[in-house]
Ligand binder design. Structure first.
Ligand SMILES: C[C@@H](c1ccc(Cl)cc1)n1cnc(-c2ccccc2)c1-c1c(C(=O)NCCN2CCN(C3CCCCC3)CC2)[nH]c2cc(Cl)ccc12
Length: 100
């Protein structure tokens, strides 16, 4: 019982709460709820890029997000999935820890 309780709380400890503009993007990609693991956030952002066809069909590592809400959040017209730093910077600005 105790280990289950601790496992449940540990499961909670790595949850993050997206701010509203990011939450709307995740929900557009099918996300349910308001807190996620970082892995889930990345999964839904990838799904969003796929569904909105923001990646270049020929150069599939290039994402053209200008004019999309994602580009507004990133402050970028485009980026390469090979350099995740702009995405991590955006997440720092748009995620709060759900643990508090
Ligand atoms: C390594 C990983 C990644 C993850 C995070 C970051 Cl900051 C960079 C890179 N990654 C590698 N390519 C992609 C990618 C490329 C084009 C379109 C969609 C996703 C991703 C991204 C994933 C993802 O969850 N990826 C699962 C496997 N992907 C392979 C690529 N697959 C598609 C590539 C285009 C053609 C169709 C398949 C989709 C599944 N989540 C992301 C979210 C963002 Cl903000 C940006 C990119 C991704």
């Amino acid at each position: 019982a105790a280990e289950n309780a601790s496992r449940m709380t540990l499961g909670q400890v790595n949850q993050v709460r997206p701010k509203l503009p990011l939450l709307k993007i995740l929900q557009a990609a099918g996300a349910q709820g308001e807190t996620f693991t970082l892995k889930e956030v990345m999964h839904y952002l990838g799904q969003y890029i796929m569904v909105r066809q923001l990646y270049d069909k020929r150069e599939q590592h290039m994402v053209y997000c200008g004019g999309d809400e994602l580009g507004e959040l990133l402050g970028l017209e485009s980026f390469s999935v090979k350099d995740p730093s702009p995405v991590y910077d955006m997440l720092k600005r748009n995620l709060t820890s759900a643990a508090m």
